[in-house]
Write a protein that binds this ligand. Sequence first.
Ligand code: ARG
Length: 396
Amino acid sequence: MRVVLAYSGGLDTSAILAMLSEQGHEVITVTVGVGQEGELEGVEEKAYRLGAVKHYTIDARREFAYRMVSAAIKANALYEDKYPLGTALARPLIAEKVAEVAVKEGADAVAHGCTAKGNDQVRFDTVLRFYLRDDVRIIAPVREARLTRRKAIEILARHGVSAGIHGKYSVDENLWSRSIEGGILDDPMAEPPEDAFAWTVAPEKAPDEPLYLEVGFEKGVPVSINGERMSLEKLIAVLNKLAGSHGYGRVDHIENRVVGLKSREVYEAPAALLLIEAHRDLEKTVYTPRELRFKRLLDQYWTDLVYQGLWVEPLRLVLEEAINYMNQWVTGTVRVKVYKGSLSIVGRSSDYSSYDAALIDYDRGWYPSDEEARGFITIWAMHSIAALKARGLRKV
Ligand code: ARG
């Protein structure tokens, strides 16, 4: 069979590559760059050593930033209020690129390294099923053959490839977030050890001076830092370094997976968390209270769909229409302070802000008359008091 394999160069997909080629399949590997640091070096050479007949490296960083990440910022996407969806956003793009190669190469099957216990299999398979003919098979050897880490290391050793530094944790990294799972982290009472982190310093080791930044947004998308315009992928990389060096960006929570399991998840995502905080603040400056509340519902729907592997769900597109429409006024500047692992929004401005300092000032400008204020309050609470009275709960 001609098999196209989604290949990261890591332990599992390397073992899968070796296994499939040992079984006599013609394996074409595809590595998609979504901003994983330094991980793409040597991947092609490793693929050929393990039996690939052809290899593709696809740099999709920019596309990832402008298609997936910008949508996530506009939707303030934090799954269960905590996880900025890095892995969940990257999987559909990787699957799409792999499917394109599979079509081009006339593949009989597509393979990936997802386990049967995770969300990623769902995210891969749904998108692959959408792009591929029904007779093209999806092979998931970790799911089918229960490939363990020990077995994977053995297979690689047979091919003279060392397993390399495969630390204590299972890590998945891209521009938007770094996720760390497994090992001691499976004990939900154990504080994550420092060696789990790579993008952030411990807050207690962060500099004593706070970091101040101004982030410029246009139509909901960040475009500048301190007035300097840059591409989205660059801006994210810069913020990851800056905020991470001040101990900001760690997440530790219990997450409900789509496959019916609770898992303890640890993430590093300094830029993602900072940008979403800043974006939400700007939305508050611009939206009416009713718009704001409705927008949070749209955000949550969008975030749940993407987390749950339903990138292919048409409702996502409907939600994005509304989210983009509402973001056309989310333009302005947000001033952020980062200090020893904590973040405060300390200023914001927008041409679309309906905030008016003269209106809110107690001592000057517009002031409602006593009669206006009383009339408003009486009518405002009328439904509520009438209902309580009808239920016998009003004593007078
Ligand atoms: N729990 C996160 C998610 O479902 C992270 C998954 C990390 N994936 C991995 N292969 N290590 O999106």
